[in-house]
Design a protein around this ligand. Structure first.
Ligand code: FCB
Length: 447
């Protein structure tokens, strides 16, 4: 196996999210989040799984930090559960919740692991959802900035990398349009409101963080997809352009150009959210880095039966297209394609790949998990990423999704994405072969 090379000071880490790992869903004063409520409703999650216990890191993060240290991982991206810190989403602070994150940060730093904190990884305080529909209303954008202030005041002396939002597209689309994620709303009319208010919340939070911690690096994490037409017909080409506007460019243009793509609202004009005078200025205020979550590309098809959108996207390619080793959804080249776009069209920002990885269902055999496909996946994607850097992209780090097998949203525990195998009954951890491969990759970097 080859070990792609990265520049000096490039960071290798793993990423997680609060609801997917913490458990302790109703302990020490934590308020409910929309994910607590959603997963407790029958039929929402595969096999009836929920995150009540998840990987139980609320009670033991030390074991995982030991593992990170053993694997010589240099950074750790995790998220804060908003309702653990502010049970109602605003107002009264829950000191015990803040204490937990303080202990976690101190433990990471004691092992020289750089913390990257995501402020919002989809677990909206239920109280804000009930009062305002979550990000469906602009009030939530300002409460988000208040929340950012609370956590940065408490942790900002030690934490220098902050990510406002994780994947605003997924939260708006799966949470508020198709309802497969919490809060389970199926209302296309709120989709763009949510997306706009998420970005507004990001902008307000950037401003707030700057005022409290001028030395902090603040970014946002977007899911990103190269979009391809399903075949070479003009309709499918047009669908691919539209899907790109809807999933990628709405966010990139809002953030970097202070303007949503006009072409998108030509078709979606009835859905245009209310944009107040300074909103776009706030949203496009300079920030320090772009976080990119990249897994695979999308194939777009023109369909007549979906009103307005007229577009269907699928991660599965048309028959006959498949990566020879990684299967139909493997597309390492996307790393280069996306970064080229950021260089050429968005001013070559500092980029962190904040998520990349793959799932399987492998179990432990004779004490080992032989996940060779994951190793190969990481190797191929990293090789493409290293090419992007050689071509001029300013990529500063790479976070594998994920440290350990965890609660994969509406797929429950059925998909295993970790470098570390978790037995969800006993919480026993076993480092997979890929985990040791990553350690070797880090060791082989020329410093
Ligand atoms: C991303 C999410 C992350 C995880 C991976 C597999 O969309 O940000 O929480 O579920 O997918």
């Amino acid at each position: 196996m080859a070990f792609p090379q990265f520049p000096k000071n490039f960071l290798f880490g793993t990423a997680t999210a609060a609801y997917q790992i913490e458990g302790g869903w109703n302990e020490d004063g934590k308020g409910l989040s929309t994910w607590d409520v959603f997963t407790h409703k029958p039929g929402k999650v595969m096999n009836g799984d929920n995150g009540d216990t998840a990987c139980d890191t609320y009670h033991d993060f030390q074991t995982d930090i030991e593992i990170m240290s053993e694997l010589e991982l240099q950074a750790y991206r995790f998220s804060i559960a908003w309702s653990r810190v502010l049970p109602q989403g605003k107002g009264q602070v829950n000191q015990k919740g803040l204490d937990y994150y303080n202990r976690l940060v101190d433990a990471l730093l004691s092992k020289n692991i750089v913390p990257f904190i995501t402020m919002f990884h989809w677990d909206m305080p239920q109280a804000l959802f009930e009062q305002y529909g979550g990000f469906a209303s602009r009030e939530t954008s300002s409460y988000f900035a208040d929340y950012a202030e609370v956590i940065v005041k408490s942790l900002g002396d030690r934490v220098k990398h902050w990510i406002t939002l994780n994947e605003p597209w997924e939260h708006a689309f799966f949470g508020h349009f198709v309802g497969e994620h919490a809060p389970g709303v199926t209302n296309p009319w709120t989709y763009f409101k949510v997306a706009h208010h998420e970005l507004l919340g990001h902008g307000l939070a950037v401003e707030r963080v700057r005022s409290i911690a001028p030395d902090a690096q603040v970014g946002i994490t977007l899911s990103q997809f190269p979009v391809y037409p399903y075949d070479d017909t003009p309709q499918h080409h047009e669908a691919a352009c539209f899907a790109d506007l809807f999933m990628n460019r709405f966010f990139l243009d809002g953030l970097y150009k202070g303007q949503y793509p006009e072409a998108l609202f030509k078709r979606m004009r009835l859905f245009r959210p209310k944009i107040e005078a300074d909103d776009m200025k706030i949203i496009s205020r300079p920030f320090d880095f772009l976080g990119v979550n990249y897994y695979t590309r999308q194939y777009a098809r023109h369909v007549w039966y979906i009103p307005f959108l007229r577009t269907w996207v699928d991660r599965d390619p048309p028959p006959g297209i498949s990566h020879p080793e990684l299967g139909p959804q493997g597309y390492p080249e996307g790393m280069r394609e996306l970064n080229k776009r950021y260089r050429e069209e968005y001013g070559n920002p500092i980029v962190y790949i904040t998520e990349n990885g793959t799932f399987d269902q492998l179990s432990v055999e004779d004490g080992h998990v032989k996940d060779t496909l994951r190793q190969r996946y990481l190797e191929l994607y990293l090789t493409e990423l290293s090419k992007a850097i050689k071509e001029g992209s300013d990529v500063r780090g790479y976070f594998i999704w994920t440290l350990m097998d965890n609660f994969e949203w509406n797929s429950g525990f059925s998909k295993r994405f970790g470098l570390v195998h978790v037995d969800h009954k006993t919480q026993r951890r076993i480092v997979k072969d890929s985990g040791y491969w990553v350690r070797e990759l880090i060791r082989r970097q020329q410093v």
